[in-house]
Write a protein that binds this ligand. Sequence first.
Ligand code: C2E
Ligand code: MG
Ligand code: MG
Length: 758
Amino acid sequence: MEWLPEADPGHAEDDGTLSRVLCGRIAALALVVCSILLMVSDLVIPGDRSVPGLLVSCGASIAVGVLAWWFPWGRFGRWTVLAVIPFAFVAVGLTWVYADRNGFNYSVTFVVIFALVGLALPRWTALRLAPFLVLAYLVPLFATTGPVATIGLGSAVFVVPMCVVLGEAIAWAMHRFAIAEGEVAEGAASIQQLFDEAPIGISKLGLDGRLLEVNRAYAEIHGYRREDMVGMAIRDLTHPDDREENRVKIERLLAGDLDRFHLERRSLRSDGRIAWVSLNGSVVRDAQSEPVFMIGQIEDITERHALRDQLARNAVTDPLTGLANRKLFMEHLDMALAQAETRGRHVALMFLDLDRFKLVNDGIGHDAGDRLLQRVGQRLQHALRPGDFLARFGGDEFTVLCEVTGEEDVPEIVSRLRTSMATPVSEVDFEQFVTLSIGVALSTTATMLPSALLRSADIAMYQAKRSGPGRYVVYSPDGDDDAGMSLRTSNELHRAIQESQLVLHYQPFVDVERLTVIGTEALVRWQHPTRGLLPPAEFVDLAEECGLMVDLGSWVLRQACRQGAAWAAAQSATGARHRAPSMSVNISPQQLAEPGFCEFVLSVLEETGYPADRLWLEITEGALLRDPTAAIAILRALRTLGVHLSIDDFGTGYSSLSYLKRLPVEALKIDRSFVEHLETGSDDRAIVEAIVALGRTLGLHVVAEGIERPGQAIELAARGCHVAQGFLYGRPVDPSVIGPSLPVSISDWLTGNRLTAV
Ligand code: C2E
Ligand code: MG
Ligand code: MG
């Protein structure tokens, strides 16, 4: 309905506006139409009336009607409209005078006035007004005489019902409009509430790029008050780096290229901070499709963004040092190789390893060890040239990428790195000198694979490490290639210890005559993820070389004691009165030399509850020969704990008898090589006899290992050796095969398919 003003949601609270305007205009229309009818009828119907007077009076009515049409009814309250009514009466009066008291004219004017009253008092229905209406209509007519009265009274028959019908129609129309208005107002109010309370930020943006209105969330995201944001330029609220993209999107939106757009951009907050927002922009167009304003909906995604950034950073950053991690390093290596090639230069890949870090770490504690690594990372970073790239490769290994003209550049870079470690790393709780073993590999051809370069540097570092702490070696292809394999294994072994890839298998000791199980020896294996179950020969020496033996051995001792305690518990649960089975654990020379080893053994016994007098530690002669005095001291200390000691692989070392006498050991384990040909070789027989005799002289037990055939067992027993170990009695097996409690007799051990060859 174009002849009515559009509902303005901004003024929804001003109810009745529409109906007042509507009724005002109905009245105006009625006045004009009736006046025209009156004029026409008076001119057509013959009678003695003054034509000019008629024209004046009708013209005045029409003029009033036209004015009434344009009258701003909506602006005035209901009472103001009522106040207009007297003026309408004046108009009627004028009409009365100029229309020569024309009764018909009177009737029409009355109808118009009635419409106005109905308009002003919408709740008074015309039916209720009807008695007053009749009175109001008739009284002036009774007061007069002549044709006016006659026509007027006659016309009362249809004027009054007409008034009633018209009044009712007005009342009905106003009622409908009141409802419609209420609905519009209600709808507008709920839209406004939605806008105000929406959890996402909503803005109305003018075509000039300034904010027309924003909701609460929008203001909160930007840290402003709502009212302060009105008039702000969106450009000033957008991060400089995102402005261009934002502008282009808005331009395309207004041009009609886009219906809406989505953008993740940074908003500038009032406090200077940045808020990441997810923005959906759209445009509101008029009936002619011309843009009127834009709507922006934003969601604060700062936290999500930070998390995403963090995750992305974590994926390529070492959390401890903040340096690049292995993944990022490998990516850089790819790029560096490609770039160096185009510039006709080489890539130098340096593999840095902290010397004796394991010992340092154990000495100062892991927390301090972590801080040491952080400081080292910082120092290395500062020592590098711009453009060089440093990463923490894992553990105490760092890698550096440098672009060089050739090998001649390497000493200078190495010297920088070394100089950075010239002073000790000082923290409140420790002070530590750090030396680095450095392996360097130079890219030779463009087609060189990053992994090959890395492997070369790895090998060179290993060579450097072998030649002593603080050394560096530049890889040469003629170098020992086995070293590469070993080093890979060493890195893997390091991980294996941390990631519990090690397992213990147990092999029984047997009383040869009674055929009972005296105890077991714990033998370590490595459940390698790709190479399968590895025997100790493949990694124990390596662990010694790389300083991992202490960690490895500690794990073995703890695990073996736990297992021994579990078997002892299972045995006592059955009510058996046997002593707990003994547990033999091999101890490496490095473990023995480790300060605090004795305390460590004690702590393991306490922790696991395994009785000290059931634990046997097997030490090789080599370990004892390194530093005999120290070895004797530590062995004595171990004996005071109640732990038993035996010499493993006895006969392969060079222990002198006098030395052996001073050792607090209680058993000798004859090396397998001497029992191998016991049935046939007279030399072996003689050696075994000599060892058994030696044991008897020194008061030591003698144990034979590597018994595979019954003949060997018989020979042994004949020579007075009553404890043996060997495949004949049982191979080393996984504890799950043995079951919850250790069998007492070897036949029990052997039966039930318990044994699986390993
Ligand atoms: P070992 O302590 O002398 O252990 C005996 C080795 O002989 C074991 O080999 C065992 O499987 C093998 N063996 C036992 N009976 C027979 C037999 O009848 N015939 C043959 N041919 N071999 C037999 P394994 O398990 O490969 O261990 C080899 C060595 O590795 C051990 O010799 C020990 O010196 C070392 N080792 C094993 N576990 C550990 C450990 O946890 N710590 C340390 N430091 N060394 C360990
Ligand atoms: Mg052994
Ligand atoms: Mg042995």
